[in-house]
Design a protein around this ligand. Structure first.
Ligand code: ATP
Length: 234
């Protein structure tokens, strides 16, 4: 479904991502893990069209998308829920969800999907008329994920969904990622919380200084002593 092949991404003269390749098959949960500054966000932002690679190719669903404007990429079925929960704080939860569907005009489908999101995230139903800025951090994170899903993507990109969340909410978010996949959406998730990410993913890539250092089945990586030492705290 997604084939990233040899991309390099620069900020000025500095390469943040170097000759990086990764693949995501339909129906998979794939995670990209790595420490601070490894280039995880840069990779995700390049796939979703917010940054342009200096070289390399990105093919999504059979179409070359590198260099395409982000809104055209969303239209093809690739949506990103950004790091830092960039929801609109002065708009209600319902209005934020509507914004996620801004490229659609099937009113009934949008209403159905909103209902589905409220089933997936019951906390949002309780707060549906509230301004998004008054939600807790975890609720805002859920809203950001739900908003991205309102675009009905084939592939959902998630940037650090567990950031700043209490451990119990991290579990809720990752359980939700599994349910999203069961409902038919493929997921590529970037995480610093390698333990949580490797416990739900099928496959993983380990990023170090802008390059893939290791990749494989998430289960195998979880049991790899080197990974445990570097990313799982022992
Ligand atoms: N806008 C920018 N301008 C210049 N350099 C940047 C910019 N954004 C990121 N970088 C640099 O690019 C490298 C990769 O950053 P990136 O944010 O992709 O890493 P990351 O793995 O997502 O880390 P984090 O988890 O801290 O966000 C880092 O060295 C970072 O300092």
């Amino acid at each position: 479904m997604l084939d990233v092949s040899g991309i390099s991404v620069y900020y000025g003269n500095i390469a943040a991502v170097k000759d990086l390749s990764l693949q995501v098959e339909q129906g998979e949960i794939v995670t990209l893990i790595g420490s601070n500054g490894a280039g995880k966000s840069t990779t995700l932002r390049t796939i979703s069209g917010l940054l342009k690679p200096r070289s390399g190719n990105i093919v999504f669903d059979g179409r070359k998308i590198e260099g395409m404007p982000a809104h055209d990429i969303v239209r093809l079925g690739l949506a990103q829920s950004p790091e830092g929960r960039r929801i609109f704080p002065r708009m209600s939860v319902a209005e934020n969800l509507d914004l996620g569907a801004y490229l659609r005009n099937d009113k009934e489908g949008i209403a159905e999907d909103q209902e589905r999101m409220l089933e997936l995230f019951p906390r949002l139903r309780e707060r549906i008329a509230q301004k998004a800025g008054t939600l807790s951090g975890g609720e805002q994170q859920m809203l950001a994920v739900a908003r991205a899903l309102m675009a009905r993507p084939k592939l959902l990109l998630l940037d650090e969904p567990s950031m700043g969340l209490a451990p119990v909410l991290v579990d809720v978010i990752f359980a939700t990622i599994k349910r999203i996949r069961e409902a038919g959406t493929t997921v590529l998730v970037v995480e610093q919380n390698a333990r949580a990410a490797l416990s739900v993913a099928d496959r993983a890539y380990v990023l170090e200084s802008g390059s893939i250092k290791l990749s494989g089945e998430a289960r195998a990586l979880r049991n790899d002593p080197e990974i445990a030492k570097a990313y799982l705290g022992g």
